[in-house]
Design a protein around this ligand. Structure first.
Ligand code: ATP
Ligand code: MG
Length: 271
């Protein structure tokens, strides 16, 4: 679905932010990308929907090259992106207008536009906020509206760039379960995060370091082997405990628990 081939990228001739990165992302996957600050995660994500074009190499989505200007509209419709900083994303005077903007550009009938505005606002827990001014919302509310704007486009792929950093714990859980649900309904998810405890729903983990992909595989295997330890992110306490239990022979790496609930289930099954 997404093919990234030998992509290098430098911002204004600076040191390359990506060094000949190659990766294939398949339809229906939930791929998490982690790495320390400045490792190139956002730069890679911005290549997927053509916000950045490679200095060398190529990116194709469903066979369309992001360098082909005639494909830009289609690519942006297929791959929606929720940014690290939601403030940069608002276009409309009200939340409702903002969310309607994308579907209007698709030329959808007004009734369908209204349906999408309502359903995406309620999906992110912001039903009734249609007439609010985006600039006057809190950081977390802005993040939710930004996600609603992307949902209203019903994209096949959603690119998430550290979207939970401004959310309170309840909202974070709500958005994570919404993302899980989107994935279960067939949306391809590419999810950039610093929080390892958000990897529980991912079926693939990519680790980046200094503009390179250093690891790409099963999150449970990569974490249980300690491959994430060098990425500068540290392990959450539950995963640290899981690693100690794994090393003590309590279970196999393939069922390495990533959350409190998974650890409880694994421990309960021990004889
Ligand atoms: N707009 C920009 N202009 C110049 N250099 C940039 C710009 N954005 C990023 N860079 C550089 O590119 C490299 C990769 O940055 P990128 O934003 O992709 O990292 P990241 O992994 O997303 O980091 P973070 O975890 O802090 O969000 C860094 O060295 C950064 O300084
Ligand atoms: Mg970033």
């Amino acid at each position: 679905m997404i093919s990234i081939q030998n992509v290098s990228y430098s911002y204004n001739g600076h040191i390359p932010a990506l060094h000949s990165v190659s990766v294939e992302i398949y339809k229906g996957e939930f791929v998490a990308i982690i790495g320390g600050n400045g490792s190139g995660k956002s730069t890679l994500l911005r290549h997927i929907n053509g916000l950045l074009l490679p200095s060398a190499g190529s990116v194709t989505i469903k066979g369309m090259d992001t360098k082909d200007i005639s494909s830009v509209f289609n690519i942006r419709q297929i791959a929606g992106m929720v940014f690290q900083d939601p403030g940069s994303q608002f276009i409309g005077m009200t939340v409702g207008e903002d969310i309607a903007f994308g579907p209007e550009n698709l030329g959808l009938p007004p009734k369908e536009i209204r349906r999408r505005v309502e359903s995406s606002l309620s999906a992110v827990g912001m039903a009734g906020y249609n007439d609010h001014t985006p600039g006057k919302l809190s950081g977390g509310q802005k993040q939710k509206v930004a996600l609603a704007s992307v949902l209203a486009m019903e994209p096949e792929v959603i690119l998430f760039d550290e979207v939970t950093s401004m959310l309170d714990p309840d909202s974070r859980m709500d958005i994570l379960s919404l993302i899980k649900q989107l994935h279960e309904n067939g949306t391809t998810v590419v999810y950039v995060t610093h929080c390892l405890d958000e990897l529980v729903h991912a079926d693939r983990l990519i680790i980046m370091e200094k503009g390179h992909i250093t690891h790409d595989g099963d999150p449970r295997l990569l974490i249980s082997r300690g491959d994430v330890m060098n990425s500068g992110l540290g392990l959450p306490p539950i995963m640290e405990l899981s690693r100690r239990l794994l090393n003590a022979g309590f279970f196999e790496p393939g069922c390495f628990p990533l959350s409190r609930e998974e650890l409880r289930d694994v421990l309960c099954q021990l004889k």
